[in-house]
Design a protein around this ligand. Sequence first.
Ligand code: MRU
Length: 341
Amino acid sequence: MEAIKWQGNSLLLLDQTRLPVTEYWLRYTDFRQVAGAIKTMVVRGAPAIGVSAAYAYVLAAREFSGLSDEDFFQKMTEAKATLSASRPTAVNLFWALDRMEACLAANGKSPAALEALEREAMAIHRQDVEMNLQMGRFGSAVVPEHAHILTHCNAGALATGGYGTALGVIRAAHQQGKVSMVYADETRPLLQGARLTAYELVQDGIPTTLIADNMAASLMGAGKIDMVVLGCDRMAANGDFANKIGTYSVAVNAHFHGVPFYTALPSSTIDLRLPDGSHIPIEERAGGELTHLAGVQTAPLGVRTYNPAFDVTPHELLTGIITEKGVVYPPFRENLQKLFG
Ligand code: MRU
């Protein structure tokens, strides 16, 4: 399964707002519209946002390729700013755009860089899938036999270049015959767990049970969860990490019940410039996502809302961090620095 396809002069995105009911691909030739697609979550998930932004940067380079070197570079700087303003929390967006800009700088900051930029975006996409496969190899080793695994939000093929981070671990463990059941939190308010994770897992024939977010503690209390694995949008140098709102509650519940709690992430999600999680910018989204469900009003008009899209889980609640270079254990600051510094 994949959600991003590059076709040379256009970018195809599977519209994730319509899943699981409709599989509808949208075609983009304008980088501004890709920025809009990231904002409105046609494409979402930290690595997928980074890959899409890299391709959008190529679309911008194509659009401005008739300009003088100086004007071209100015326009590319503006395009990068437009794409950077789409969503603030997942660091993969900024990581991918910085990498594209470095490629442009290394190739003369001129329209002659177009082919190199296209190769770079394709490399970002390909390397993301490779990192996920590696995470699957390392992560599946910590999955016990007959595992009952809980996950939150969607950290699957749809959220990445392909295969998935947390769902990559689950896919690899399933291939080894270790997965008895995956419990997918539905993930209010936008239901990425119900709409996307359940969709991916059911398509792959992996045993899946959908639960509402407020059911996780009762399952853990009943001894029905052996481990938690979920994704990450940005990890600070000490291992504190931002992920979909509700992750923190899952972590607290897992800690209380002694359930191993892992996040899976590629190195493009690690932000060693931030000393701890308090520095991670948290996106707040429109209140309408809370007051309406699939277009139907579910709360009184005029009620105040608070709708942060992510929360920060303190590193003390983490058992381990599954990366493409191996599973990182405490002390996280030292061990992350050793592997990724
Ligand atoms: O708001 P979203 O759907 O972009 O949030 C996605 C998540 O929080 C994922 O868990 C995270 O991006 C990891 S995806 C491999």
